[in-house]
Design a protein around this ligand. Structure first.
Ligand code: GLN
Ligand code: ZN
Length: 756
């Protein structure tokens, strides 16, 4: 195996994290928003972060380094700025940085752009709007500045831009515009951009086209061909690397290879095989950037396996470079920030910096032979062996229990029978009122949690504070006259982490932050082994709440799919199997809640839509196991115990059938489309269970009026009979202030009474 010096480059990654190893950028941006620092100070923070990052990557041995993936908020928003495509409603804001942030998060009377998930990751991008008045103009300053910075450091910089097809396909047409129809206007600007980047000294430019791993229509495939025929025909252009990632590019790979693009990046960690590539002879004249190091998960790479893949690919491409499968945006910066992590577990992991080292090692082996990385190979093999044999990975009792479960384990009595039993037991009024679970996470609650962590509060003292919070929340709900109460979730830092911390098989990181959107960062737990519930996780809190009231208190749990979606999951068994283990733990919790006198249990699945595969052919299998996991989690209780679920943040179209199949007695739902549309969609699939279409938007501090909520309920009653309609906000209240919550709920209860 050799890679010759004709190789343009040999070791790279497709993109970089930007929040800062210690979330420096997040803090700086929030300080800027709060007026504590000015734009110059904010820009200086970004410059320093970029300089340190580039220097480290060059020192780590990457011989081509992406630039331009830095962002003050989001790369799709940056692309909209690059092509002058911000919505007209922010045009009046003179300062470019403030205009940018207004598009991202709104301003006084300006609605922000919509935000949605970036493919099947946990990253959320801002959805550019293309309207009849959008006139594309080129503003390459950000990219040129970042390129120059990198060059001044002597770094082999490769500017990165999102490709025209992906940009337009992910944008939203406004006032009847079909964004892809605007491609012909955009292509000349891309050509101009490429010319300017080449003139500034860029030898290679990476154009990201992840949209090609979704199902493209024939027309879209033709547009892809036209786009790259057009861009490669431009004079004075740099070499073009088209990056595909998050899945198998399928027919798009041959299409891209048939154009004059100089290189293609392919993700070998999510389904693409070497034979897919070998079947595209046109690649033989091009650079293949092989994503063999997983950019989205945290497991150490099997270097032997990766070398086998790379060795086979050598014959299929003109030149080969080793890369991460995607941008490193989706993993934490470095294991160096985790000194307290269990050393054995740690040896199984690779975060961003470790992935860069893996890429370098693989490229070295291709160039100099495997002896040159003998130490790295030995360490990787030892880690793999340790992971295969570690006792924590297998719990035979859990496996035996799951194996012994028959079909009755996911079976409850028919919904009508359950409804009758629950009606007699709960004696709720028509249009029952409830909330989604959390009440405001006040400063006092956060401070108490921080004090517990620092040892300034004893566990007992912390406990007392949380009980006091619960008592307050129960008293408030009694006062307001809600029908099904909640305990308010004060003890939860996060709806997934809270459970992960109490289940065997999960590990938490201290600093493993990844960007979720803008300045919001999350620290996903690492699900590494068989999942075991050691003891009840919520019963004490919820049982306490129930002891304070005669009204039913709804127990709150997070569902198996959401726990998986918001964790780094093990890669050594099918996700469906892991889901069953998590479901079993949640099931045991529902049974214990019931045993403690809880009559209503809600199992939240806000992420149900998130794990939906990108390709149509894989969707049904996913929905089948996701639904089965939910039903396993919720079918252990008696038919008289009422199961609720809550779904949010999505377009439910594709999963509407699955929502019905969850068979929850009551579903509260926050819809991206209008409430009425969701109800119509549910009716169309024969949904006949309880439903609570959120009657007001909790994402805004506005207090909805009684009239407004009344109107919303009356509208819902056109689609749902009163016997099935529930009255609730559209999501949890944790981000809201106590005063507005009290007023909003008072109005909600009044509206329900008026309509009754
Ligand atoms: N029960 C959770 C809460 O109220 C649900 C949160 C969510 O939908 N993401 O906070
Ligand atoms: Zn929600």
């Amino acid at each position: 195996m050799t890679v010759t010096s004709q190789n343009p480059f040999t070791a790279t990654v497709l993109g970089l994290p930007r929040i800062g190893p210690r979330r420096e950028l997040k803090r700086a941006i929030e300080s800027y928003w709060a007026g504590r620092i000015d734009a110059a100070e904010l820009r200086a923070v970004g410059r320093t972060l970029r300089r340190d990052q580039l220097t480290a990557l060059a020192a780590a041995g990457l011989d081509s380094i992406p630039v331009g993936t830095f962002s003050h908020y989001d790369q799709m928003l940056d692309t909209a700025v690059l092509f002058g495509a911000l919505p007209p409603r922010v045009a009046g804001i003179a300062d470019p940085l403030d205009r940018y942030f207004a598009a991202a998060r709104g301003a006084q009377s300006i609605e922000p752009l919509e935000m949605t998930k970036w493919f099947d990751t946990n990253y959320h991008y801002l959805v550019p709007e293309i309207g009849p008045d959008t006139v594309f103009t080129l503003h390459p300053d950000k990219l040129l500045v970042e390129l120059t910075e990198a060059q001044e450091l002597g770094v082999a910089a490769r500017p990165v831009v999102i490709g025209p097809l992906t940009f337009l396909k992910l944008a939203k047409g406004v006032d009847g515009v079909a964004p892809l129809n605007r491609l012909p206007e955009l292509l000349p600007l891309y050509r101009d951009l490429l010319r300017q980047l080449a003139a500034a000294g860029a030898q290679w430019v990476q154009i990201d086209e992840p949209a090609v791993v979704t199902d493209l229509t024939e027309a879209e495939l033709s547009l892809l061909l036209e786009t790259y025929a057009d861009l490669t025909a431009a004079p004075d252009r740099p070499k073009l690397l088209v990056a595909t990632y998050f899945g198998d590019p399928g027919p798009a790979l041959a299409a891209l290879a048939s154009t004059s693009v100089d290189g293609v990046a392919v993700d070998f960690t999510s389904g693409t095989t070497v034979s897919d590539v070998a079947s595209v002879p046109a690649l033989s004249g091009k650079l293949l950037v092989a994503g063999v190091v997983d950019g989205r998960n945290v497991w150490r790479t099997d270097l032997d396996g990766a070398l086998t893949t790379l060795g086979t690919l050598l014959g299929s491409a003109g030149a080969l470079a080793v890369s991460s499968s995607s941008s490193l945006l989706h993993v934490p910066y470095s294991l160096d920030a985790e000194p307290d992590l269990d050393p054995v577990l740690r040896s199984w992991l690779a975060f961003g910096a470790e992935k860069v080292a893996e890429v370098r090692a693989l490229a070295t082996a291709l160039r100099d032979g495997t002896d040159a990385i003998a130490d790295e190979l030995a360490a990787a093999r030892a880690a793999a062996r340790s992971r295969r044999t570690d006792a924590r990975l297998r719990n035979d009792a859990v496996r035996a229990r799951l194996d012994s479960l028959g079909p009755e384990a996911i079976h409850r009595a028919p919904a009508d029978e359950r409804r009758a039993l629950q009606r007699d037991r709960l004696r709720l009024p028509l249009l029952p009122t409830t909330t989604i679970g959390s009440y405001p996470q006040t400063g006092a609650i956060r401070l108490a949690r921080a004090a517990l962590r620092k040892g300034e509060l004893t566990a007992e003292q912390y406990h007392e504070r949380m009980r006091a919070e619960i008592a307050d929340v129960v008293a408030l709900q009694e006062k307001l006259g809600l029908d099904v109460l909640v305990h308010g979730e004060p003890e939860r830092n996060d709806m997934v982490q809270y459970f992960a911390e109490q289940l065997d098989g999960f590990a938490a990181t201290a600093n493993g932050w990844v960007q979720s959107y803008g300045t919001r960062c999350v620290r996903p737990p690492i699900l590494f082994g068989d999942v075991v519930r050691r003891e009840p996780m919520t019963v004490e809190w919820i049982g306490y709440a129930q002891s304070l009231t005669d009204k039913p208190v709804k127990g709150m749990l997070t569902g198996p799919v959401t726990i998986l979606a918001w964790s780094f999951v093990r890669d050594d068994q099918p996700l469906a199997e892991t889901a069953r283990q998590v479901a079993l733990a949640i099931r045991d919790e529902t049974v214990d809640l019931q045993g403690a006198g809880i009559r209503v249990v809600q199992v939240d699945e806000p992420a149900l839509r998130e794990l939906l595969p990108l390709r149509a052919e894989a969707k049904q299998a996913y929905l089948d196991w996701a639904v089965a996991a939910f039903r396993l989690a919720t079918s252990g209780v008696s038919d008289a115990t009422q199961i609720h679920t809550h779904l949010c943040y999505s377009e439910f179209g594709e999963v509407i059938g699955a929502i019905a199949a969850l068979d929850a007695d009551v579903t509260s739902i926050e819809a991206a489309r209008s409430r009425m549309e969701v109800l119509d969609d549910l009716n169309a699939v024969g949904f006949h269970l309880g439903v609570g279409p959120g009657v007001y938007d909790i994402h805004s501090p506005r207090v909805p009026s009684v009239e407004e909520i009344t109107a919303s309920l009356r509208a819902a009653l056109k689609a749902v009979p009163a016997e099935r309609l529930w009255v609730n906000p559209d999501c949890g209240l944790k981000t809201r202030g106590p005063a507005e919550v009290e007023q909003s709920l008072r109005n909600m209860v009044a509206a329900a009474q008026a309509v009754r």
